[in-house]
Design a protein around this ligand. Sequence first.
Ligand code: AP5
Ligand code: MG
Ligand code: ZN
Length: 215
Amino acid sequence: MLRTILLGPPGAGKGTQAVKIVEKYGIPHISTGDIFRENIKNGTELGKKAQEYMNRGELVPDELVVEIATDRLLKDDCKEGFLLDGFPRTVFQAEKLDEFLQAHGQKLDVVIDIEVEKQELLTRLTGRRVCRKCGASYHIVNIPPKKEGICDICGGELFQRDDDTVETVENRIEVYKAQTMPLVDYYKKAGNLAEIDGSGDLDRVFADIVKALGE
Ligand code: AP5
Ligand code: MG
Ligand code: ZN
């Protein structure tokens, strides 16, 4: 049983670490960004609404996000815990999540905050490639696939996210500072924040996360 959140700026490695965490702890990976991208791909109403915000690097309005996140948390597979990646992202969302958990007699175990400096975030995001089929993340220099443009895991095609341009990344980092950074204090006050240095080798980062979560 583990209920946890991954906090951290765009490019900190939330998605990369999430894959390893859910494998080790056997909990579902819930990424609001992935849910929106899936909806965009399928051309749903939600996807159409979310897309304009995402392409500008802005946050999707709280009321849309809270609903999809809490709907997801009601699914059976979340009874034994979950890993939230990219939610909550505003104090309002965090308060709504607290209300939801309280109403269901649940509590967060740990909130993991992965921090990486800005120049490194820019390098990571502008060089990122994502698998169209399974969602795995690569980096053209740091974590290249064995065969260019092809996913090591599933053989799917790698693509560049629409919001990974220099301009949009700059804006996403600013939006993070203004709207999401306050959550670091929010969870520090709640007493369950673990701060992780996200720079350097991804296995070292993972080891630090496991230390914070407990074996
Ligand atoms: P979302 O999809 O959540 O994007 P994000 O928060 O901007 O974060 P990223 O996915 O870009 O980065 P990551 O930390 O997962 O990094 P990754 O592991 O891929 O959200 C997208 C948009 O959706 C938002 O802008 C917003 O519009 C909307 N949205 C989503 N949730 C919302 C919410 N709750 N409220 C409102 N709006 C919401 O790694 C990045 C790169 O670095 C990769 O290339 C990777 O290979 C590489 N890398 C990873 N680790 C390392 C390492 N240790 N060393 C070297 N390279 C590494
Ligand atoms: Mg991600
Ligand atoms: Zn793949």
